[in-house]
Design a protein around this ligand. Sequence first.
Ligand SMILES: [Fe+2]
Ligand SMILES: [Fe+2]
Length: 309
Amino acid sequence: MTTLPDEAKLRDALGVLKDREQVAERLLLASDQHSFDPDTELDWDAPFEEGKWFWPPELVSLYDTPLWRRMSEEQRMNLARLENASLASLGIWFEVILMQLLVRHIYDMSPTSSHVRYALTEIADECRHSKMFARLIHKGGLPTYRVTPLHHNLARVMKTVSTTPGSFAGTLLGEEILDWMQRLTFPDERVQPLVRGVTRIHVVEEARHVRYAREELRRQMVTAPQWQRRMTRVTSGQSARVFALSFVNPQVYTDAGLDRHEAVAQVKASPHRREVMQAGAKRLTDFLDDVGVLRGVGRRMWKSAGLLA
Ligand SMILES: [Fe+2]
Ligand SMILES: [Fe+2]
């Protein structure tokens, strides 16, 4: 008899879940109407414009630190260029992980369902995005920044064994914070037109990915076995910590001619940077809180990652 309240709660929660097929059908329709081929959509032959930023200065990790105030405008713009390359490299890493998670997610499902057809559409989007980010790095003559071997291998394990709710919580972490920054970047007239074009395409297509992952995570946090829901709270906290550490590759500071240790310490101590990261994560953390991911030890990990106030 003690199980009755739980069952009633489950029925209530199921009531707010949207039909999986209906969600996918809407997303497929939107994909038909607004998908882009970056190779033809963007002008890759136009030279970069003198005096324009590769990333809005306020979103550069060192912005408003004592070190930033000592830097010349030229040094600041160069750091923004390198951070753009670091974020584009990170974007490719996330997308490759996500593609594998999506393939694993649909492996046992009906291949003709709309839910699976949308997952395949999203994988195709991510393929185009990864090539677009790589082309941007290449055109800018910029370095490719790789995460540390430890994080690279942690992700190898995670993408191979993660549970379905764990996979979708990780997906949202990879998508939503970068998306928040890109939403500020594409309308910004101080920014290089090519960077604005890349971020605009990404924002439009990512909105659907976020919707798909949110609906699925909400469903999973009601229907998945309890051990998976519990584990998701911890693994998402751990992923948030890895995410915060690898968000900007510290090699950018060395490449910009700065003292790497001093730069890392100043970023860590920067109230502006903390605000930016927490503002970027706010939409995501509100949602994760709502669906029951941010509890217990996992919640403390999100705080120690600096992504939750
Ligand atoms: Fe993407
Ligand atoms: Fe995506």
